[in-house]
Design a protein around this ligand. Structure first.
Ligand code: GLY
Length: 355
């Protein structure tokens, strides 16, 4: 934590390419962004990629957060999952060429997961790679997608089928952005926070158990605790296995079924968090069936999910055909993350027909 900015938490994430700071605070991150950016010496030409909704809400404010000496421009794109594709990549690249962006320009992802994924991907390929920073504006992106360097786009054949591991130069997470986030999307991020508590963070588990009303009401005092704890938990896994071949797959707790539900829903109604909450219910049930998890722990997990408004739903009949498409499995087995107890999970290949 830098002493000159006592109200900003700084977590440094080490990646194969470089280490990068994640700044977290309530109002303070935006207020101090200009002073934090200067010593990073990134560029004098910043191009912000964002959606029209975020731009209408925050563009005036964002302009004041950059040093007045830099050239700051903006590209507007759709932030819908269905537009996270190569057409949008091409649109951004066309705009970058028109703006005379060069390898030393710096992209800025201002928005949630879709904006972050696509901007990072463009940064990784434009003129063979340029710097980018992210300003995540949703809880989900602040605790998950902005951290860890995964970026990419969807093909019609499936989600995130093209992409790279390309970490940002810095992440600026200001809790004040969450004020304007619809509750459905806020709770979507909370599902990922619950996941971190279940896989490896007893402190987060305690906070979630004891303070649901404050957390659901977005009390900044609690957000200032749960966001850094989530980032610290993710950091542990990505630093051990950045390329997602082993340990990082633990972060997929709830995602095997969650991704299948999202695909079944055609990414229309279910948020990512709603889908993985269902995934956590069923992964817990599977852990019970395999005698891996104590019934008491399973009851506590289900109780916590309910506390945050996630009710268990019946599964669609044809869901196993969607589970079979999981990228982390092979033709016979699906790689599940099962739970032994609160804070303890294991990866286990399970034959597809068992589900
Ligand atoms: N969201 C899971 C990961 O970053 O690996």
């Amino acid at each position: 934590m830098p002493t000159i900015f006592p109200k900003i938490k700084k977590i440094t994430v080490h990646s194969h390419a470089h280490s990068y700071p994640v700044y977290i605070g309530h109002k303070t991150v935006l207020e101090n962004m200009s002073s934090v950016l200067k010593p990073l010496q990134l560029s004098t030409h910043f191009i912000v990629v964002t959606s029209s909704v975020i731009s209408d809400l925050y563009w005036k404010k964002i302009k004041m957060c950059f040093p007045s000496s830099v050239n700051l421009e903006r590209i507007l794109i759709s932030d819908r999952e269905k537009d996270k594709n190569l057409n949008t990549v091409q649109k951004i690249i066309g705009n970058l060429l028109a703006l005379k962006a060069h390898r030393k320009s710096c992209l800025v992802a201002l928005g949630g997961g879709v904006i972050g994924d696509i901007t990072g991907f463009v940064a990784s390929i434009y003129m063979r790679g340029m710097d980018f920073i992210t300003i995540p504006t949703t809880l989900l992106s602040q605790v998950d997608s902005a951290i860890g360097g995964k970026c990419g786009v969807n093909l019609k054949e499936g989600k995130n089928l093209i992409g790279s591991f390309y970490p940002p130069k810095a992440v600026f997470s200001d809790i004040s952005f969450l004020k304007t986030l619809p509750q459905k999307h806020y709770r979507s991020g909370l599902a990922e926070v619950i996941k971190y508590a279940l896989i490896d963070c007893p402190q987060l588990w305690q906070l979630l158990q004891k303070h649901p009303s404050e957390i659901l009401k977005r009390d900044p005092t609690f957000l200032e605790k749960i966001i850094p704890l989530s980032v610290q938990t993710k950091k542990k896994f990505i630093e051990k296995d950045e390329r997602d071949f082993s340990k990082r797959q633990i972060l997929n707790f709830g995602h095997t079924l969650g991704h299948a539900l999202e695909a079944h829903d055609k990414y229309r109604r279910l948020t990512h968090g709603e889908a993985i909450a269902q995934g956590m219910y069923y992964a817990t049930q599977l852990s019970l069936q395999k005698n891996i998890c104590r019934p008491e722990a399973a009851g506590q997990i289900q109780g916590l999910l309910k506390k945050y408004g996630f009710q268990k739903q019946a599964l669609p009949k044809n869901i196993s055909s969607y589970i079979a498409r999981d990228k982390k499995g092979d033709h016979k087995n699906i790689s599940w993350v099962l739970i032994e107890d609160i804070g303890r999970v294991q990866r286990r290949p399970i034959p597809l027909k068992a589900f």
